[in-house]
Ligand binder design. Sequence first.
Ligand code: HEC
Ligand code: HEC
Ligand code: HEC
Ligand code: HEC
Ligand code: HEC
Length: 739
Amino acid sequence: MIPLLKGEGFCYLIVMRRLLGFYLLIVPIALAEPRLAGLSRLHGDLPQALVGQALLNELHCHRCHDPEEASVPTPDLSEVGSRLHAEGIRARLEHPAITMPDPLHALSEEERAATITSLVHYLSSLRASEEATPLEGDPARGALLRQQVGCTACHGPTNESFRAAHYQPEGLTTFLLDPHQARPAGRMPSLQLTLREAADLTAHLQELRPPAASAPPRGGKGIEAGRLAFERHRCAQCHSQEPIWEATAPSWRSADLESGCLSVTPPAASPRYTLAPWQREALVAALKESASTPARKDDAPERLHTHLAQWNCVACHERDGLGGVMPDHDPQFTSTNLNLGDQARLPPTLTGVGAKLHPSWLRKVLVEGASVRPYMHTRMPVFARGPMETLSESLSQQDAVLEPFPQPQIEEREAREAGHALVGEKGFGCIACHPYKGRSATTLAAVELTSMTARLQKGWFQQYVREPSRFQPLTIMPSYWPNGQSTRPEILGGDPDKQIEALWNYLSRGREARPPQGVRRDPILLHVAEEAVMLRRQYPGVGKRGIGVGYPAGIHLVFDAGQLRLAALWTGEFVDASGAFRGQGSGNVQPRSRQVVSFPTGPAIARLTSPEEAWPDNEAKKAPGFQFQGYDLDAKRRPTFRYQFGDSAFTDGFVDQLSDAGEPTLVRTLTVSQPSAALYLRVAAHASITFTDGQYRIGDQLTLTPSRPGIIQPAADEKSILMIPLSKATLTIVYEITP
Ligand code: HEC
Ligand code: HEC
Ligand code: HEC
Ligand code: HEC
Ligand code: HEC
């Protein structure tokens, strides 16, 4: 009993079966307009004969008429029983998809049912030696993936073309992970899913259409009968593992093209295809043309377009006006970063892509699925290898390379340095949008800088960078030479050719290139445990003669061994040393605090004739008259610095302590070999210095408790100076940062 309920374009077949009682099983089948992801795109402005040629391949006509002609591979049935369950196989034989004809159409209803049943028995027995264990997926994640990675672009918004209900759950997961294994034609691409993602999609697709429950038939005569039917009905013509050399159908050259397989009611001997009228017309046109004329050279662009339609590239990409994302699919193309605009969301145009990408990279994209846009949710699918090799070659051949500009007069080293400056935040700031080794200056992240020159052809790069809107009218990528005038006239004299050459030169160094300015990076934190930690490197505001010391109590300093002064003080974490350890190691070590107290530059010790005399202004990196003599370490590796000024020798040590309130403090002990009332230590300089209860408050950041009071010299330049005469052999000062 097979009642048919007509639906929109397809219908539901309700099959009643007896299996431990009655089951009501609803199986959807595509009946009317043949729907196959891709083939429907062959319609349109493409030349009919080329469309027909593509269809001859897709519909496997050669298999019977001219088996020596190469044709698209058909599904591998050797493990079909592990992939599809018995009811799924039955549904496929009763209502084959468009690319598989119905060889049983002429049998009587009874004969047909019996033949199909034995074929189902036979095919269900073809199983993998090892069956995959099902992995429980999450249907909600699967639903999201289906929208995001690109399934909808080819399969449409509804579920019918997935036919997921025909599959065993683990069979569907295995199929989605590696679709080419079961369907070597590669029309269904690999979307480079993880096992988890494939399981999630399976859960989602089968949640909407639960698979039919049925025990696989095992063993018995049915199987042998099925195997015989498989041979008799020419199934092997398409599904044999071995190539078949014998034609089982007449040659087309003499054919009456409106008869046989192409007639609306085919004769019993030929299989029945479900063809739309436009497909039938295109096939006839192709057969007529192939009989008369060989392939022409000048139809190459059209041929390429036909291939792009056949593979359904045009569901996601546009090329010269052909295809592109359809308006009703557009919302499904999304990105992790909407601030980058549509370019971050929609797959790139294929117009001129052969001139844009190096042939080797184009091949990498098409054959290996190389990806450079992690922010794009939709994935570039991986199709069958052979045809993609051919397609990438013809894309490279069709698009004329853009010749690079004549090389401007510029030295290699100069170009590289200027390029480095231009890419960084103080130049054009490419780093604001394009990451360097995955990191950018902001949260925007377009294509990676370090692989640009490996991917792009030089001539294309030059023209694109000069005027991006010519290539992508709505791009947010700025133009840096409006009206030929550089927005950075100070670099390379503002010459656009030289600046573009400099960018290319710098980028050509790829991952070896010096990191551009402004790139965010992971810190290299130096932690302080039981003992003090010292790092002699370059510090901001100090230069190369900085000595950073991290103390276990959690207060840290930089001592300037050039100007012999305490340069900076902070609490919390010690330093981020990445500037010193990455790249060429010439960067600053950064104190890990937002609140670093810094002390005035210039020498901290001076001989004055009176306390009113202006503090000597000397910004020399190495203070004149001073001699740094090294340091000694105590048991906890805390340094005491030694230096000489005139005939006086100094020791200057810092010991960490916790205050009564539990705050970290540093106790400084300065000894002088020749104390003198004319010798002063400048302790701090600040607009606000107050003195109460033996304590100085320096702004609202710092509290100092010296062993004897000092002198506040009122400000000449807004900053008063606190100085303490070195009139005794020893001076101690407790430094505490105000939290
Ligand atoms: C499974 C094998 C098979 C496949 C696949 C097949 N055909 Fe046929 N075709 C036949 C056989 C057998 C005949 C002869 C029928 C007859 O003698 O009545 C035939 C006849 C024809 C004829 C009529 C030839 C004549 O001289 O009567 C045309 C035209 C034709 N096929 C076109 C096609 C096209 C186009 C395709 C692909 C869409 C195709 N066939 C796929 C087996 C096949
Ligand atoms: C480039 C277009 C394209 C994309 C993208 C695509 N498919 Fe397919 N898919 C196809 C084509 C074409 C077929 C039919 C293949 C064949 O006949 O060999 C197919 C077949 C299938 C089948 C088997 C259907 C059957 O009849 O057995 C499933 C299941 C499937 N796709 C799921 C997916 C899922 C899930 C995604 C997203 C992860 C996806 N497809 C993405 C084109 C695509
Ligand atoms: C003209 C070539 C051709 C002939 C003849 C042919 N098939 Fe197919 N078969 C295909 C193609 C193409 C597909 C993939 C279409 C689809 O289902 O999406 C297919 C799919 C199948 C599938 C589903 C495989 C899967 O993994 O989804 C089964 C089962 C199958 N064929 C069995 C048969 C049997 C049984 C016969 C003989 C009665 C037969 N085929 C004759 C081309 C052919
Ligand atoms: C499901 C949508 C989809 C389909 C179908 C698709 N692509 Fe893509 N393609 C993408 C996405 C997304 C990217 C960007 C990938 C990346 O760089 O991370 C891409 C990138 C590319 C690129 C690199 C372009 C560049 O400028 O970097 C080429 C070339 C390309 N695709 C060609 C093709 C061809 C040829 C086909 C058909 C055989 C095809 N694509 C089918 C989504 C698709
Ligand atoms: C305001 C953000 C922004 C800035 C700044 C920016 N770009 Fe872009 N750039 C983009 C976006 C967005 C794209 C398109 C990316 C895509 O196709 O996915 C792009 C594309 C490109 C491309 C084409 C890449 C490709 O493979 O398709 C190149 C080359 C390029 N930029 C170079 C640069 C250079 C060099 C600079 C600095 C001189 C720069 N960009 C500055 C946003 C920016």
